[in-house]
Ligand binder design. Sequence first.
Ligand code: ATP
Ligand code: MG
Length: 409
Amino acid sequence: MKDSIFKSFRFEVVLYSLLSLIYALLSEAALFFGIYIIYNIINRNDVEMNQTPIGDAINNGINASNSANISNSGFSDNVNIPNNVNVPDSGALSNEAVTILVILGVVIGIVLFTVYLLLLTKKFVTYLEEISQGITQIASGNFHTRVSIKNEDEFTIIATKLNKMAEDINVLIENNQKNENTKNELITSVAHDLRTPLTSIIGYLDLVSKDGELTQEMKHKYIEIAYNKSMRLEKLIEDLFAYTKVTFGEVTMEFTDINLVKLIDQLLDEFYPSFQEYGLDSEFSTNLSTAVVRADGAMLARAFANLMSNAIKYGKDGKLVKIKLTKSHGKFTFVLTNYGTLIPEEDLPYIFDRFYRVEGSRSSETGGTGLGLAIAKSIILAHGGNITAKSDFEGTVFEVVLDEKKEGK
Ligand code: ATP
Ligand code: MG
């Protein structure tokens, strides 16, 4: 837009100045020509009526002269040439008359030029006023204001940038509002999820401390329940910290080179006791010896661990958990498959939402917080990757795609 000199404000000003000059000259010529015609008609009538010597002289002069000295005839009306004035036979104008004619011509020319220039450049002033009003509106907090985009000159650039600025501020405010709402929703659900185990902990501890008739065995049982509930509370708080930190960008990631092959091997070792406990087999297949990504090792390990613990928790009836790591077009794909309990189709779109648990899971002995997948997703997204899930007769499959480490980074 700004590259074209022909569309620039400077060019338009020069163009309109030239146009104003041409219009002024044409208008002036038309004006003087009109006066000449009128004078001629009046003068011819005078000559016919009273053949005065001065009339003859002027007529002779006019008839013999060109359009320039015709103008003088108009002038003669203004300066009141007395009857006894000596008008030259040739029809030439006196010096005084020429001077006055020139001054009159220049003054009329300047006035006409100014009027035309003001009329032609009026659109700039109107547009500037519109931009100025837009700025006032935006400054007063009305970020939905938009200045209309006209022409393609420098003012258009200002208007476009102004609109962009208003739009950016608007998006920023909306995002802040959204974040604020998310935090409020989070506080509400957290308060709810914290209260439930806390109420039972208080209840059981109250029983133990106040009921003197409780047997030692019962006391032990209630304390154990309270302890388990406290453990659950601790996990919830820990998960919440992890989730809010990653989601609201309150954690600084320390990116290093992470070899996914090694990371998966370590996770499988770490989860070995759980696999044993649930009688599950694990199978890791890859044709890659190394798979290096830029990542925060602890974070990425946490995301994969959440997926792995789900695969064990919800796939314990499936007997086998499969992991596959492949590479294609500079991206690594990690695929984790477990069998057993499927995720119903209607729940699939929501399983990455915080606190979302498939109906039945919440009350079942798997008793999680519903934050595991939300945390995993936040972490993967923070690494510029992607995570998806599907669940059908081929099993429940979680797929994570991460960019390969680029050379020189
Ligand atoms: P948390 O992980 O916070 O302890 P959670 O496991 O219930 O609790 P998510 O990990 O977010 O929460 O999982 C959400 C829901 O998705 C689970 O409740 C479960 O119903 C379903 N789900 C997740 N992973 C699997 C899987 N591998 N197989 C079957 N269902 C799954
Ligand atoms: Mg989980």
